[in-house]
Design a protein around this ligand. Structure first.
Ligand code: CP
Ligand code: NVA
Length: 307
């Protein structure tokens, strides 16, 4: 039966580990898998802007022997003119997989429900699971086994990245601590699901308002923009609300001395992170950005193997 990847906990702990191991193997041997040989085509659809996702999927599909078909949805019929279900029925007959960056997560569920080709979420308002595969791969490269490590996230704890840190970290058996101001905390259903996974896998979930509490003793410290795509109108209010949540050298000192700093990018220096942290010795952001390529290739190879 076809498998889709819409949110982090669509993978079991073992499946997540298999994909991360395959990603590390593909990084060492980038042209060793040709699952899209033919060549087969993969549709990569964007309702929102992107640099990393666009490049890493295009390059990754080509590396796997396939052809990336990049579609900016504004130039297609998808959305106002044609339903998601009808679009899925057209695409599934012609492309090997469908990668989609969109707004409402429900749209991805509708695409997946109507497609016999695997559907990959390359960011929705609620989750960014491809980014988490890259982040976990990066942590694994620095620290080995994920189980038992502490991964902390500070900032907009109600956004897609925070939800994915909670679910993906809990799937991997990690201790996930997230911190954000009142009004920017994760939804109860996400915390509940992450806690259930953490209990199953030997990790734990902490949600708090104190950035210091979240970061103390952490192995990896992460943040993200305070203003996600679609929230541009709230910029002035959000900058006020997030005062005190910048990851700076003082906050990083509370983490383990060899803790790594992660950011999915794009970053806004002086807001969610200070320039000296993101451009400093503990930052692994370029490795993390490169790992999008390797992790997504592993995901696409794995999804092909399940068809
Ligand atoms: N991190 C990430 O998804 O970057 P893009 O928005 O550039 O794709
Ligand atoms: N939370 C950010 C992530 C960007 C990759 C957004 O949704 O805009």
């Amino acid at each position: 039966m076809v498998r889709h990847f819409l949110k982090d906990d669509d993978l079991t702990r073992d499946e997540q580990a298999q994909i991360l191991d395959l990603a590390i193997a593909l990084k060492a041997a980038p042209y060793s898998q040709k699952v899209f040989g033919g060549p087969k085509t993969v549709a990569v659809i964007f309702d929102k802007t992107s640099t990393r996702t666009r490049v890493s999927f295009a390059v990754g599909i080509a590396d796997l022997g396939g052809v990336p078909l990049i579609i900016d949805s504004g130039s297609s019929q998808l959305g106002a003119k044609e339903s998601i279900a009808d679009t899925a029925k057209v695409l599934e007959r012609q492309v090997a997989q469908i990668v989609w960056r969109t707004y409402a997560h429900a749209g991805l569920e509708e695409m997946a429900a109507n497609s016999s080709a695997p559907v990959i979420n390359s960011l929705s308002d609620d989750y960014h699971p491809c980014q988490l595969l890259a982040d976990l791969m990066t942590i694994k490269e620095h620290r080995g086994d994920l189980a038992g490590l502490t991964m902390s996230y500070v900032g907009d704890a109600a956004n897609n990245m925070c939800n994915s840190y909670l679910l993906a970290g809990a799937t991997g058996g990690m201790h996930v601590r997230v911190s954000g101001p009142a009004g920017y905390q994760p939804a109860a259903n996400v915390v509940e699901r992450a806690s259930e996974l953490a209990t199953q896998n030997g990790g734990s979930i902490t949600v708090c308002e104190s950035a210091a509490e979240a970061v103390t003793g952490a192995d990896a410290v992460a943040t993200d923009t305070w203003i996600s795509m679609g929230q541009e109108g709230e910029k002035a209010q959000r900058i006020k609300d997030f005062a005190g949540y910048t990851i700076d050298t003082e906050l990083m000192k509370l983490a383990k001395p060899d803790a790594i700093f992660l950011h999915c990018l794009p970053a806004y220096r002086g807001y969610e992170v200070s320039a000296d942290v993101i451009d400093g010795a503990q930052s692994v952001i370029w490795q993390e950005a490169e790992n999008r390529l390797h992790a997504q290739k592993a995901l696409m190879v794995w999804l092909e193997s399940k068809r």
